[in-house]
Design a protein around this ligand. Sequence first.
Ligand code: IPE
Ligand code: IPE
Ligand code: MG
Length: 245
Amino acid sequence: MALFSSKQKPSEVSVVPEHIGIIMDGNGRWAKKRGLPRQAGHVTGAKVFRTIAKHCEKRGIKVATFYTFSTENWKRPQEEINAIMNLLREYLKESLADFKKENIRTRFIGDRSMLAPDIQELMHEAEEATANKTGMILNIAINYGGRAELATAIRAIAAKVKDGTLDPEAIDEACIEKHLYTADQPEVDLILRPSGEYRLSNFLIWQCAYAEYVFDEILWPEFTTKDLDNALAVYAGRHRRFGGV
Ligand code: IPE
Ligand code: IPE
Ligand code: MG
């Protein structure tokens, strides 16, 4: 595979990740810096999400997964959780109109059973409305945790073994992948996390086995399309070996 210098201009970058995972972090700190409630950071962060999702599609990325709410985020104050859920509602209503213009397929990953019924319904509508699009897949991770995803997959596999439709000897990596939310999608090539935190926080743990990581100090509400292009340029300069030489 050819190597590309990170000094290249984004327009010259030819190695684009097929699947990018973005951990949208730093909303709370951004708001605090401005003397605003944390919720204000989520409002701005939601706008940035729309811009960056569209830019991913423009750059030819096939799958973009955005970490929106983790299985651990229920530990936050109820007021903040409510604000995030209301933003999600708002986004879903708007996106039904807004994303119709885009060639983007929206999917949600995570356990939706814990979300309000009207949100679940809106999620279903958004998925249906974009199911026939041919462009980028936009995975929105809500009440998502990598460990929970694996536990769900293992339960489904065990049920098949129990009812005799799956031979335990047939459980290989491909079989496990088929039971993940990201079944039939390429594995993650690049994880991008702004806000100066250097961890995965239970995001796509299986899918990231050979991912590249780009960390950034910028807080998510300040993240721009140029920052995404810079991260893509850094990625294009990486030499991936996958255990080979
Ligand atoms: C990310 O921003 C959004 C969610 C986790 C919902 P944070 O809310 O984690 O912002 P910080 O990390 O506290 O600044
Ligand atoms: C990860 O961010 C989850 C999302 C961005 C949705 P957190 O802010 O929850 O992660 P930690 O607590 O810093 O690891
Ligand atoms: Mg955070």
